[in-house]
Design a protein around this ligand. Structure first.
Ligand code: ADP
Length: 244
């Protein structure tokens, strides 16, 4: 709705590694509640852009989240501001159950002893995340025994319980089966009802079904932006991205 927060405004973002410019003056506006896909060939700068937004990569320019400047802030401070992120390899506690993983994420910042103590009741946020991610029936399984797709959904669930308003997901459907991809698409649509979501993705078929808007990066810069149909029709996109 109109009161939803979680808007991202990136201006003139630049990241260099030893004189090599990986992100070259990117402007990117993602409105609250958008489900934006970030595409582009390998090496286009997608992951580095997300690294810069989350404080992992040093950058110049401006990164505003709900109007507040975050560039130069620590990874921890940016996470506390409400920006959550996943990596291509799911980072879950394999030995702990699904429920314990969510519980720990929900209590991030509290003492580990408190977190590991058996709780009489499951927090509401954890119940909701179990439901949203379709993991309710698996709550007592060690996360290490989950299927690849389920681990990715658990990781998204771990962001949902943390009061995150913007989720940045790095290739969440990589390595997934067709059915897992479809389920992930529906999960992202549901998450985007209450959050802003930015997804790095390669699979054009997946994009076609689920993206609300697309930004195409090439050589560290924004090449094209619009609906799936608009960017697919853009000759510059066809040349660098779809042409091979
Ligand atoms: P994408 O995610 O679109 O595949 P990346 O953001 O991973 O692209 O990489 C963009 C460019 O920056 C690539 O040329 C890559 O080799 C380079 N790069 C990324 N991280 C580093 C780093 N830590 N040091 C040096 N170069 C890097």
């Amino acid at each position: 709705g109109s009161e939803q927060s979680g808007s991202l405004e990136v201006r003139g973002l630049r990241v260099t590694f030893d004189g090599f410019t990986a992100v070259d003056g990117v402007d990117l506006t993602v409105g609250a509640g958008d489900l934006r896909f970030l595409i582009g060939p390998n090496g286009a700068g997608k992951t580095t852009l997300v690294d810069a937004v989350t404080g992992l990569a040093r950058a110049t320019g401006s990164v505003r989240f709900d109007g507040r400047e975050l560039l130069g802030s620590s990874v921890q401070k940016i996470a506390r501001a409400g920006i959550g992120r996943t990596f291509q390899t799911a980072a879950v506690f394999e030995e702990l159950t699904v429920l314990q993983n969510l519980d720990i994420a929900a209590g991030a910042g509290r003492g580990i002893a408190t977190l590991l103590r058996q709780r009489a009741t499951v927090p509401e946020s954890v119940e909701r995340a179990l439901e949203t991610t379709g993991l309710t029936a698996h709550r007592d399984k060690p996360a290490g025994t989950l299927a690849h797709g389920q681990k990715q959904w658990l990781e998204i669930g771990m962001l949902l319980v943390q009061d995150v308003r913007l989720l940045l997901l790095d290739e969440p459907v990589a390595g997934m089966s067709h059915d897992e991809r479809e389920a992930t698409g529906r999960l992202l649509e549901e998450v985007a009802e209450e959050h802003t979501v930015v997804v790095i993705e390669h699979d054009m078929d997946f994009l076609r079904s689920f993206a609300r808007s697309v930004t195409v990066l090439h050589a560290g810069a924004v090449l094209s932006e619009g609906t799936v149909a608009e960017v697919r029709a853009d000759p510059r996109v066809q040349e660098v991205y779809l042409g091979h």
